[in-house]
Ligand binder design. Structure first.
Ligand code: SF4
Length: 346
């Protein structure tokens, strides 16, 4: 890969280190049922103003990956770097800077706000805690600006309100405004719009896009919805995860419009079409709908029990490696790699 701001970390020391870089990170949970390898050998990075969408079914490792990027979980193997500095080697000043620069927006706006705190109380708390507002009047003005930034206007009408007086979309905007209070450089949005009505979702996505384009905020955007990944990931990258590994990575529009990995194709085929006459085109053709357990992963390619183009003696014995199939894409699949080789040879 080249030294793009959003790239897998095969990069050779880019001049400006990415905001966040995951370098061969793994996360294994030790449970009574055995070890659960939630994330295995993932390398991804995001630069200022860039977006990386993590997509895949629930349990694929998206959230665990994002939690490691946010410093909320420590990888069992590999390293997480912020602006080129390993989180595990940071001094207290670097740690403080990381804590304010990287903000996590959760899926549930109902649970993420304190029900007994007004919007002003929610927004002013981090400002006071970090000494960013000299007094209450200054905090009020800054809180107003934050609400205007997320299109909650007139802001003075919202500041005295409590969460139960807001709609779901308004609450999520308040949650985004709170995460903006410390001037973050990177936001990690974990299914941040999935609980919102479709009409409200578009507005919140537009707000997040403006933060990216106007303020240069980088995004790790987690979603199971490929349509949203395409919308929000425009100009950025998508990493498709399956059972803890990245199986396809590349330019967002390429991954969605011209998927190479059989799992990405199956995900896209499963997106419902509004036209009933076209629904028969959308059978993903999976050999099985059951997702294998992380505690008992299949041999070879972990997608092989479900893969429509599985090849016996190859896919069930040898794990594929994530590798470039063209200048825009890395795919972990024997068949896709072979097709790429054939196309190059032609
Ligand atoms: Fe399917 Fe084989 Fe590719 Fe795995 S390696 S996705 S089983 S074709």
């Amino acid at each position: 890969m080249s030294g793009l701001d959003v790239a897998t970390t095969d990069d050779v020391s880019p001049a400006v280190p990415p905001l966040i870089a995951l370098r061969n990170v793994s996360q294994v949970f030790h449970t009574k049922r055995g070890d659960v390898p939630a994330v295995q050998d993932v390398s991804l990075s995001v630069g200022a103003g860039d977006v990386l969408c993590l997509v895949g079914e629930s349990g694929c490792g998206k959230t665990t990956t994002a939690r490691m990027a946010a410093g909320l979980a420590t990888p069992t193997a590999g390293a997480v770097e912020f602006e080129g500095v390993d989180l595990g080697a940071m001094d207290s000043a670097q740690r403080r800077r990381f804590r304010t620069s990287v903000q996590y927006v959760h899926q549930d706006p109902y649970a993420s706000l304190n029900p007994i705190r007004s919007v002003f109380g929610t927004l002013s708390a981090p400002l006071k805690r970090h000494g960013l507002a000299k007094n209450k009047a200054a905090a009020w003005e800054q809180a107003k600006e934050l609400l205007e930034r997320v299109d909650l206007t007139p802001a003075e009408n919202f500041l005295p309100k409590f969460p139960h007086q807001l709609s779901g979309g308004q609450r999520q905007r308040v949650a985004v405004a709170r995460s903006l209070s410390l001037n973050p450089r990177l936001m990690i949005a974990d299914e941040a719009t999935s609980m919102l009505d479709v009409s409200i979702r578009v507005g919140v996505l537009r707000t997040l896009t403006n933060l990216r384009t106007e303020l240069g905020v980088g995004f790790v955007f987690i979603t199971h919805d490929l349509a949203i990944a395409r919308y929000f990931g425009t100009g950025g990258k998508i990493a498709v995860m399956y059972l803890g590994r990245v199986v396809e990575y590349g330019d967002a529009h390429e991954v969605i419009d011209n998927p190479k990995h059989p799992y990405t194709k199956a995900l896209l085929a499963a997106v419902p079409d509004i036209d009933p006459d076209r629904r028969h085109d959308h059978d993903p053709g999976l050999r099985s709908v059951d997702i294998p357990s992380l505690t008992d992963l299949p041999s070879g390619c972990s997608f092989h029990p479900r893969c429509p183009v599985y090849r016996e003696g190859d896919c069930d014995t040898t794990p594929p490696v994530l590798s470039a199939v063209d200048s825009h894409r890395e795919v972990s699949c024997h068949v896709a790699a072979e097709q790429a080789r054939d196309e190059t040879a032609r």
